[in-house]
Design a protein around this ligand. Structure first.
Ligand SMILES: [Zn+2]
Length: 214
């Protein structure tokens, strides 16, 4: 890493195997096409991040499968405050162990609240597949982590008035989950939970398709 004043340049080579990393401009998270290792740009350079590659339903055409990168935050959620009944209720109902935030490139940050951001009690625990690649991941873990606590509070507020409730969200671990999606040309279909994103929407499909044959 060369340092020139405040401007740093990071050599885009895989920290695991030395392969050159190719990605659209602006990406900050990379999946190596050589060894499958995933790394993120940090102040110290490129650092390897754990990544899982859930397998979608069988019978999918690999040529039409895209990988979409999400940050997965392992969370410990605790409530406090003067509303004791509310604290007890929310402690039973909204204590996600994982919160997913998209790492992928979108055409407009205004779309952020509309797609992809969610909590889950049932993480995609499928058999690990062969390492693949993804592209279009422009949001780093630090930036993504700022959405975690507001997301939990937003969900809590849907089932209980949180006026007199406080929430403490601790992040115990961070990794990347590269969810499989089917590229149908005019739309992208998430193979885990079936969400469909029209190509004409805010999703930058070209970035997700970067470097793929055909
Ligand atoms: Zn590599």
């Amino acid at each position: 890493m060369a340092e020139t004043g405040d401007i740093r340049t990071v050599a885009l080579v895989c920290p695991e195997c030395g392969e050159k990393l190719r990605a659209p401009r602006g990406d900050v998270v990379f999946a190596c096409r050589g060894c499958g290792a995933v790394s993120e740009v940090t102040a110290r350079g490129l650092e390897v991040v754990p990544c899982s590659w859930p397998v979608g339903p069988s019978g999918e055409d690999p040529a039409r499968t895209l990988r979409i990168a999400y940050w997965c935050f392992h969370t410990d959620v605790r409530y406090g405050g003067s509303d004791e009944a509310g604290v007890e209720h929310l402690s039973r109902m909204v204590r996600p162990e994982r919160v997913y935030v998209p790492a992928f490139r979108q055409r407009s940050v205004l779309a952020f609240g509309d797609m992809g951001l969610h909590l889950t009690y049932n993480p995609p625990g499928f058999t690990e597949g062969d390492p693949d690649t993804f592209s279009g991941a422009t949001m780093g873990s630090g930036q993504a982590s700022r959405f975690v606590a507001p997301m939990v509070l937003w969900r809590a507020d849907q089932i209980h008035d949180v006026t007199n409730v406080s929430v403490d969200v601790r992040i115990g671990g961070i990794d990347v989950v590269a969810l499989p999606a089917r590229d149908e040309g005019k739309r992208i279909v998430d193979l885990i939970d079936g969400r469909q994103w029209p190509e004409a929407s805010f999703l930058d499909v070209d970035a997700l398709r970067f470097g793929r044959a055909g």
